[in-house]
Design a protein around this ligand. Structure first.
Ligand code: FAD
Length: 459
């Protein structure tokens, strides 16, 4: 391609949203240019989903070797070697990165490494050149946020980016923010041997989840010795001789070696020519309709840059939607309520659909029922020695509108849970499906048996 080439689609940002659009667009015959300033794969592959899950798995191995005697196996746990953990994590990333690069090359996508800027509604400038397209997709993602006066120094006050490459296990850590990113690091660090305190201004950990899930997670964290302070907001952080001191709005103080700021992520949209080209924005997010179209007819936007759920699989779905729409296929909007959510701490929290509180708001309090199946009644969970619960939220005599699960490996159950939710299955229909024994998946079946009025391993 030379300077006169007009691509069908020019994509700015090669993370989950951007690369999914590129791969699907190319598959459908679009001529695609993909511009990325850093590394193909973006946050999820290099600084998000994949590295955190590798750390959490290393933490699980540490816990298991520490606690192996409960299974009758003698081991001696000598500690965690972070260099070794990083080697393992980086190998996982490298393998996936190579695979992704191969896919982009084999689908004949024009990959351009460089920092791009929207120069008109149909072009992006990068490396001193103008890349022209019939359509432009903005997918520049997000970066960690902080609070005014709370400066991230990368050493003692850190973001998730730094936490992923920390060369040591901190003796103690304060995690500011009890959302998904915060509790995942709290969980991994505790497994590695740190003293961890989570500070959350709202009343519960993982506050977007069903209150029952939050309470179960809090109980499990308490048992693991992870401390947390709920319901009071952060006021300030100061350096001490060898760490950081955090003061809350009520005057309470906490000290630790490091402070991880995990209060959320903000969109990458400043100075990239979006506003100058008339793209409507709100607090840095690019506004889109349900087909991911901005107000400028030739420009779409997806992923963490738009104000929808900040999840990699949401970015994939939005990117695919744009590619299919531009290729002339019939598309349907993403159903955000039907998106599975997993928090991969120990124990895991997984859900799909509405919380009980939300369901009551939508359908009326007297129209909603719920049931809980404790994992203590599930053989495989007992074998794994994991506690937790599966909770179902149902519209009385109707479909299951929420599935909320807590327990190790519950993330792997969310696939069936989302089919149940998305197909608006009735409990009696799911109760008819045979779940293999003994699996943790069986617990989901048992919960539906109970809801259908024929509990098997439950009173
Ligand atoms: P990004 O992945 O951020 O990609 C944007 C890309 O655009 C980047 O590669 C960036 O370099 C590039 N870019 C930006 N500006 C320019 C420019 N001017 N020119 C060229 N390129 C540019 N989600 C899950 O679903 N599951 C998880 O388990 C999970 N865990 C997470 C753990 C952590 C610690 C974090 C931080 C996030 C996690 N996420 C998880 C969220 C997930 O990573 C994001 O939702 C996803 O990466 C968003 O994709 P995106 O394409 O919108 O943005």
């Amino acid at each position: 391609n030379d300077a006169s080439t007009v691509f069908d689609l020019v994509i700015l940002g090669g993370g989950s949203g951007g690369y999914a659009a590129a791969l699907r667009g190319a598959q459908l015959g679009l001529d695609v240019a993909l511009i990325e300033k850093n590394k193909l794969g973006g946050t999820c592959l290099h600084n998000g989903c994949i590295p955190t899950k590798a750390l959490l798995h290393a933490g699980e191995v540490a816990d298991q070797s520490r606690e192996s005697e409960q299974f009758g196996v003698k081991t001696s746990f000598e500690g965690v070697d972070m260099a070794g953990v990083h080697k393992y994590k980086d190998e996982v990333i490298a393998g996936l990165y190579k695979g992704l690069q191969g896919l982009v090359a084999s689908r004949k996508i024009t990959y351009i490494e460089g920092e791009g800027r929207l120069s008109s509604p149909t072009s992006v400038d990068v490396n001193g050149q103008r890349v022209q397209g019939r359509h432009v997709l903005l997918a520049t993602g997000s970066v960690p946020k902080t609070l005014p006066g709370l400066e991230i120094d990368g050493n003692r006050i850190i973001s998730s980016d730094h936490a992923l490459t920390l060369d040591r296990v901190p003796k103690s850590a304060i995690v500011l923010g009890g959302g998904v990113i915060g509790v995942e690091f709290a969980s991994a660090w505790k497994s590695f041997g740190s003293e961890v305190t989570v500070i959350e201004g709202l009343k519960h950990l993982v506050p977007v989840e069903d209150e029952n899930s939050s309470k179960l997670l809090e109980r499990a964290f308490r048992k693991r010795g992870i401390k947390f302070n709920l319901g009071t907001f952060f006021q300030k952080a100061e350096y001490t001789q060898d760490g950081v001191k955090v003061t809350l709005a009520d005057g309470k103080e906490f000290e630790a070696e490091v402070l991880l700021v995990a209060i959320g992520r903000g969109p990458v949209s400043q100075g990239l020519g979006y506003e100058e080209n008339g793209v409507a924005m709100d607090r840095g997010f690019v506004l889109v309709d349900e087909y991911m179209r901005t107000n400028v007819p030739t420009i779409s936007a997806v992923g963490d840059l738009v104000p929808t759920l900040q999840l990699a699989h949401v970015g994939f779905a939005e990117g695919i939607l744009v590619a299919e729409r531009l290729a002339g296929l019939k598309t349907v909007p993403v159903d955000y309520d039907g998106v599975p959510r997993v928090t991969y701490c120990h124990p895991e929290v997984a859900s799909v659909g509405l919380t009980e509180a939300k369901a009551k708001e939508v359908y009326g309090a007297d129209k909603v029922v719920s049931i809980k199946f404790p994992l203590g009644g599930n053989g495989k969970s007992r074998i794994l020695k994991t506690a937790g619960e599966i909770k179902l939220v149902q519209v009385k005599d109707g479909a299951v509108v929420g599935v909320h699960m807590v327990g190790d490996r519950m993330g792997e159950q969310v696939g069936e849970a989302q089919l149940i939710y998305n197909w608006e299955a009735l409990p009696a229909e799911v109760a008819q499906l045979i779940h293999a024994h003994p699996t943790q998946n069986e617990a989901l079946g048992e919960a539906h048996l109970a809801l259908a009025g024929k509990p098997l391993h439950m009173h």
